[in-house]
Ligand binder design. Structure first.
Ligand SMILES: [Zn+2]
Length: 82
């Protein structure tokens, strides 16, 4: 059995230009426009960094995320009031 995978994506609001070749999609939680890299796994659930807060704190979540994106997510969550 495989766990559901979560792909963290930058919101277009937070990153006007994507760092990798990306297409746009909508966050599966809040519907915000997000960047999805073409190299991302297609079977992962895509969520924006703002929705990732509670998920990042859940040790059972298997994240498809690089350490740099995780650091950016923390920075963005600190910057924006919930
Ligand atoms: Zn979202």
């Amino acid at each position: 059995m495989s766990e559901p995978r979560i792909l963290l994506c930058y919101r277009k609001d937070d990153m006007p230009v994507p760092s990798a070749r990306s297409f746009t999609d909508a966050c599966s939680k809040c519907g915000a426009a997000i960047w999805v890299a073409y190299s991302s796994p297609s079977d992962a659930k895509r969520i924006c960094l703002l929705c990732a807060g509670p998920i990042l704190k859940d040790p059972n979540t298997k994240l498809e995320v690089t350490e740099s994106i995780a650091a950016d997510a923390v920075a963005i969550m600190k910057r924006k009031p919930q």
